[in-house]
Ligand binder design. Structure first.
Ligand code: UDP
Length: 328
């Protein structure tokens, strides 16, 4: 049993990680500025409100809780916003993470599990994408994540830090039974937006491009359930604390689902048809992103357990039943 400081633990993936860490018997401390996080998602450990750029506050929290490892999820994540306001992204995601790494070094905390992304790969040069795929991001968001992969790798070489870079593909789903799920402002992701149309929260769903070079012309993505992601984080933390080597690993299912297949799955699961219409391609979208999952299976013994139907069923229960009760 260890104490894990989870930055961004009040956020979407972070809160699922806290739940999974607690279920695995660890103590959790959430550090979150509540800029995008939700205090009601903090249920599995102490809450310390603060910003990762605030070194004094961060140091105080480290001294108080003496964590064994850090799981770093706090970040700005919206790709389009990163193009508009790159300075905010570099400040938060890069400066903030460097402050965090500095405090970890000063306080002697040697295990860093980092919420990274397949966006660090940029345009896919081959599919599925394995961890040796060139990393050439196409958005400031992707660059901020890649910079911290690089920085933590160099810091590891210099000071003996251990890291796990976890490159998520499309995080999706929820854990409605525990009262946590996706809630972004503004929402830009395909699954919640499609479900919102069924709840009368949006007029219609736009299919961004149907002329891509994929099996049905719409974009292909690798959707992975947040509870599966959380399980991988627990394994990564335990590996580093158990003396295992650093690693960079994809977190995906290895199976792609197109936007049209997603809409069909939503109809299958909810019994309702999403009102959808064709729209032009969205700037910056890649035609297909699918993880090669061999490394994570070998190194962490992890494979995603939950299907796209399970993802949609949980997201649907979250948005239709639970979220409206929690956020009136
Ligand atoms: N998408 C869409 N309509 C929407 C939102 C998304 O067709 O209103 C498509 C988008 O082009 C992409 C896929 O759905 O191919 C997943 O998009 P999302 O924003 O959820 O995740 P991303 O892959 O961009 O991280």
């Amino acid at each position: 049993m260890a104490t894990i400081l989870v930055t961004g633990g009040a956020g979407y993936v972070g809160s699922h990680c806290c739940l999974a860490l607690k279920r695995a018997g660890h103590d959790v401390v959430v550090y979150d500025n509540l800029f995008n996080g939700h205090e009601r998602f903090v249920k599995w450990g102490a809450f310390e409100r603060g910003d990762i750029r605030d070194k004094t506050r961060l140091t105080e929290v480290f001294v108080r809780h003496n964590p064994d490892a850090v799981l770093h999820c706090a970040a700005l994540i919206e790709v389009g916003e990163s193009v508009k306001y790159p300075d905010r992204f570099y400040d938060n995601n890069v400066t903030g993470a460097l402050v965090l790494l500095d405090v970890m070094r000063e306080q002697g905390v040697g295990a860093f599990v980092f919420s990274s992304t397949c966006a660090t790969y940029g345009e896919p040069q081959r599919l599925p994408m394995d961890e040796t795929h060139p990393q050439l991001p196409v958005s400031p968001y992707g660059w901020t994540k890649l910079m911290i992969e690089r920085a933590s790798r160099d810091i590891a070489a210099a000071y003996g830090l251990k890291f796990a870079h976890l490159r998520y593909f499309n995080a999706a789903g929820a854990c409605p039974d525990e009262g946590i799920g996706e809630r972004h402002e503004p929402e830009t992701h395909a699954i919640p937006l499609a479900l919102f149309t069924l709840l009368g929260r949006r007029e219609g769903f736009k299919i961004f491009g149907q002329d891509w070079d994929t099996r049905d012309g719409s974009c292909l993505r690798d959707y992975v359930h947040t509870l599966d992601l959380a399980d991988a984080h627990v394994r990564a933390v335990e590996r580093l604390l158990g003396g295992g080597a650093s690693l960079a690993a994809n977190l995906g299912t290895g199976d792609g689902v197109t936007v049209l297949e997603l809409l069909a799955a939503i109809e299958r699961v909810t019994g309702k048809r999403v009102p959808a219409s064709p729209a032009p391609r969205r700037d910056g979208d890649a035609p297909a992103l699918v993880a090669d999952t061999a490394l994570v299976k070998r190194e962490l013994g992890w494979t995603a357990q939950r299907s796209i139907d399970q993802i949609i069923a949980d997201a649907w229960r979250w948005h239709a039943d639970v979220e409206p009760q929690l956020f009136v």
